[in-house]
Ligand binder design. Structure first.
Ligand code: NAD
Ligand code: DAU
Length: 350
């Protein structure tokens, strides 16, 4: 892996992965970050990387739904490996308007696979980033294993399920050297504030209502984003070709407990102006349609085969995340005001 194409590298998890590759991992090749910069893509998430790693980090603004642009990038940078993060990712948006999800997550993945298939002799790995949501919902007990049948509930998870199937099919049919990882809920710095944890942190800081869907008893497993980046790199380096690996945080929480923990941590750092506890801001709102009750990952395969385990506990990870949002008010304000879009327009057009 000398010329690694990372798609969606200006998003939350892709940018963390690129930062990890360049600053902490043993990867010593070039990273080519291809991202079309949707509302969720922000080059500021990788500030300083192009200067610090001018001979190893390259950014190309391009859409994975544009096969010609993909071919140009594969040729120009002699791409020999791919790590595919790019996707539409927010479940609520997929319920309101599924078409962008079908386009990017299914057609875009298909285009990438075709680019790889047409130069199979040059490609050593296509790693596909996926989600626990492809399996649907669990009850109170049990875990998803790598053999659990797919049963997606939302347009988002159905589109990710389709992309997983395409990647597996290209391995079986054309012998593409692939690996797939399915992971639970990530949290950490630079997450776009429409997802539960950053939304609650920023609303709680500003004293705004904290909208909890339904009863708040739905359960998610939480993993700190750096742990995810480490796991992906371990799978890319040592995972079995054609193999699928689960990644999890071993930290299941009810949504209401997550929100209350955020409130209490923030109260302990900075008392609200009116000194009322932030828990008072919690507001139960209409439930998400088709809301999966619980996700939980069995990732013993990854632990046993590759020796990976999550390093961060939810308490330490959440504390770090809250500190990050408190200390990056410039980033927060540029994202919330939409100012980051103006910057993108000025620098990249469109
Ligand atoms: P994100 O929404 O923060 O970022 C997505 C990135 O993809 C953005 O930079 C966006 O500009 C880019 N992108 C979107 N459409 C594109 C297109 N057509 N062409 C090129 N780039 C495009 O997403 P994230 O939370 O970082 O998730 C990254 C990946 O991880 C996704 O595949 C997602 O399904 C998967 N995943 C996410 C989580 C999670 O908790 N966030 C958990 C498991 C798996
Ligand atoms: O499980 C992995 C998935 O995690 C990824 O594949 C998705 O890309 C990612 O967006 C995330 O999906 P979720 O739907 O689990 O994340 P979200 O942050 O949107 O919601 C987490 C839980 O919190 C979920 O049960 C819905 C609930 N929720 C969410 C929001 C935004 C609320 O109660 N209130 C909210 O305002």
């Amino acid at each position: 892996m000398e010329n690694l194409l990372v798609t969606g590298g200006c998003g939350f998890m892709g940018s963390d992965f690129i930062r990890y590759l360049l600053t902490e991992s043993d990867f010593n090749g070039r990273v080519i970050n291809l991202d079309t910069l949707t509302y969720a893509g922000n080059p500021e998430n990788l500030n300083g990387m192009d200067e610090r790693f001018s001979d190893r980090y390259f950014f190309v603004k391009a859409d994975i739904c544009d096969p010609k642009a993909l071919d140009r990038v594969f040729e120009e940078f002699s791409i020999d490996s791919v790590c595919h993060f790019a996707a539409e990712t927010h479940v609520d948006r997929s319920i309101m308007g599924p078409s962008a999800f079908i386009r990017t997550n299914i057609e875009g993945t298909f285009n990438l696979l075709e680019s790889v298939r047409s130069r199979l002799d040059k490609i050593s790995l296509f790693h596909h980033i996926s989600t626990d949501e492809v399996y649907g919902s669990l009850g109170e007990k049990g875990y998803f294993t790598e053999d659990t049948p797919y049963n997606p509930s939302s347009p988002y998870s159905a589109s990710k399920a389709a992309s997983d199937h395409l990647v597996s099919a290209y391995n079986r049919t054309y012998h593409l050297p692939i690996t797939i990882s399915n992971c639970s809920n990530n949290y950490g710095p630079y997450q776009f504030p429409e997802k539960l944890i950053p939304l609650m942190i920023l609303n709680a800081i500003e004293g705004k209502p904290l909208p909890v869907y339904g009863t708040g008893k739905n359960i998610r497993d939480w993993i700190y984003v750096k742990d995810h980046s480490r796991a992906v790199w371990a799978i890319m380096k040592k995972g079995e070709k054609g193999g699928k690996y689960h990644i999890g945080g071993k930290y299941e929480m009810r949504n209401i407990d997550v929100v209350e923990m955020i409130c209490d941590l923030l109260d302990s750092i900075k008392v609200k102006k009116d000194s009322a506890p932030r828990r008072n801001l919690i507001t139960f709102v209409e439930d998400r349609k088709g809301h999966d009750f619980r996700y939980a990952m069995d990732f013993t395969k990854l632990e046993n085969e590759l020796g990976w385990t999550p390093a961060e506990s939810f308490e330490t990870g959440l504390k770090k995340t809250i500190d990050w949002y408190l200390n990056h008010n410039d980033w927060v304000q540029r994202v919330k005001s939409g100012e980051y879009r103006n910057w993108i327009k000025t620098h990249y057009g469109g």
